[in-house]
Design a binder for this molecule. Structure first.
Ligand code: HEM
Length: 495
């Protein structure tokens, strides 16, 4: 027994020495400040509670500055919120691969554009880029318009009826829009969509994936079973897969019976699923590629856009003076309430709404932190060399709220931040809600057009109010940003 204990102690000391000497080596050569954390753990314990992650990042930022080096257990780890360093990272061919935390996305949603490593990622991205070209996006306008009109029908019973949680309605709406625009079929025709069970499954899958990102031991199925997280998660991802498979099969059957194709599919080979199934027929994609990419596109599209619309309405409810300005702009284009058609020309004319959307995504970035890893040594423009194999968290949340970059009002909502004379001197990577560079969001233009159509119709027809103060918002890091308490919103009918 004594020998066994001595051996264990020796192994532990060697491991401890190895880590600390590597730590000192890295810190010495990198010349980047940061918390050493605890032996073996590094800073991992600070990041295991999702609720505390953004606060921990804020503390490190305050103490060590916008480029921080530390350890997650044995893994070298950086947190970056400096725009120039972020530009160096996002434009480097050695930083295309996502960080290891995205392993959870592979498990829950499949290995698609979001988490593929290079060179597979570059190949898929080139093949799928046409699905987000300008003409394709224009062809979605009738869907954005029609679905927003249906959303307004659903909002009718909530008019002047006190404060309500709008997120579930908005998520149903964006899920239906996402399936129609990318998969060519309407999720509303599925029973589990109508009964809300599909949305619950999506929430469960997203929630467990976020747990797995920040508590890596949950990537083990065995441990998920032990802590009781596996069965519901398994059911959720299976039901979502079946839903996606069904939409793909529907499309394949419709292709076989050409005459029954809805017009949007028949006319555009670049609609996402048309493109993917064509690649399948030509042997470029296999069936798993089509399924994974479809799953990822729908995952990527619906929650982010629902949250963006919700956060914007919430902020406008908290800052009524800006809501009135947006309303005046929209009313000048659409004098009457009720339903109206928003064209691309209208979308371009709503310039104040652009300021509002940008400011909303600045103070409440829908994706607060993204992660990359260096596949080779990377030399930054400040001369620092990041070794291969370092995990990098890009902290958009704090960069967007940095007083050094955005001035004294950085932490509050003021669309004037995006007036031309205020934005012109900002670093081009100081505002990156969709990231930028080689691996930015493929759906960024889709998101902006769809959000503007939705907001135009909602803001023309309703005044949004809330009793929840901006100062009480508590942000929680997730794959997408969450709020600890979701403010409820009241809709007052406009005339
Ligand atoms: C306001 C809405 C949206 C926001 C804020 C947003 C944000 C982002 C961000 C920050 C990334 C980079 C993630 C990373 O580097 O880890 C990303 C990637 C991605 N987004 Fe979006 N997104 C939005 C809407 C959409 C839409 C509408 C779609 C599809 C229709 C979409 C599909 C994707 C995909 C597929 C990726 C992975 C791209 C790649 O790695 O090549 N997103 N998004």
């Amino acid at each position: 027994m004594l020998t066994w204990t001595l051996w264990c102690g020796l192994v532990f000391l060697l491991w401890f020495y190895f880590l600390w000497s590597r730590r000192r080596f890295y810190l010495f050569t990198l010349k980047v400040p940061g918390p050493l954390g605890y032996p073996l753990l590094g800073m991992a314990h600070w990041l295991s509670r999702r609720e505390d992650i953004l606060n921990s990042f804020a503390v490190f930022l305050e103490k060590h500055g916008p480029v921080i080096f530390s350890w997650l257990g044995p893994i070298p780890f950086m947190i970056v919120s400096d725009p120039q360093v972020i530009q160096d990272i996002f434009t480097s061919p050695h930083c295309i691969n996502k960080g290891i935390i995205y392993k959870a996305v592979d498990d829950g949603a499949g290995t698609g554009l979001f988490s593929l490593n290079d060179p597979h990622w570059s190949i898929h991205r080139k093949l799928l880029n046409p699905a987000f070209g300008h003409k394709v996006l224009l062809s979605f306008l009738p869907i954005f318009n029609r679905e927003t009109a249906l959303l307004m029908d659903q909002l009718k019973p909530l008019e002047d009826d006190g404060e309500k949680d709008l997120i579930p309605l908005l998520q149903c709406f964006t899920l239906s829009v996402a399936t129609q625009t990318t998969m060519g079929s309407d999720a509303k025709s599925e029973e589990n969509f109508r009964s809300n069970s599909l949305l619950e499954r999506y929430q469960c899958a997203l929630n467990t994936m976020a747990d797995m990102c920040f508590s890596p031991w949950l990537n083990s199925r065995f441990i998920r079973q032990l802590v009781g997280k596996e069965s519901e998660y398994y059911q959720a991802k299976t039901e979502i897969r079946q839903f996606i498979k069904k939409l793909i099969q529907k499309k394949m059957v419709a292709d076989a019976q050409e005459s029954s194709l809805p017009p949007i599919q028949a006319h555009d080979k670049n609609i996402f699923l048309n493109l993917a199934t064509d690649l399948l027929r030509r042997g470029v994609f296999n069936w798993k590629n089509v399924e994974d990419e479809s799953n990822i596109i729908v995952f990527g599209a619906f929650e982010t856009t629902a949250n963006t619309v919700y956060y914007t309405l919430m902020l406008l409810a908290m800052f009524p003076e800006y809501q009135e300005k947006a309303f005046e702009e929209i009313r000048s284009l659409f004098p009457d309430t009720g339903d109206f058609e928003v064209t691309y020309n209208d979308v371009q004319q709503m310039v104040y709404l652009d300021l509002i959307l940008n400011e909303s995504m600045r103070v409440v970035p829908p994706v607060p932190v993204v992660s990359r890893q260096t596949s080779q040594e990377l030399k930054l423009s400040n001369g620092i060399v990041i070794p291969q194999g370092v995990q990098i968290a890009i902290d958009m949340f704090h960069m967007h709220r940095s007083k050094k970059i955005w001035g004294p009002e950085a932490e509050t909502f003021n669309p004037d931040h995006f007036l031309p004379h205020n934005i012109q001197d900002k670093h081009p990577y100081a505002f990156i809600p969709f990231t930028k560079g080689i691996r930015n969001c493929i759906g960024w233009r889709y998101a902006l057009i769809s959000a503007k159509v939705t907001l135009a119709k909602l803001l023309r027809n309703y005044r949004f109010r809330t009793s929840f103060p901006f100062e009480d918002l508590y942000f929680v890091e997730d794959i997408t940003l969450k709020l600890k308490v979701v403010p409820l919103i009241e809709l007052q009918k406009r005339i």
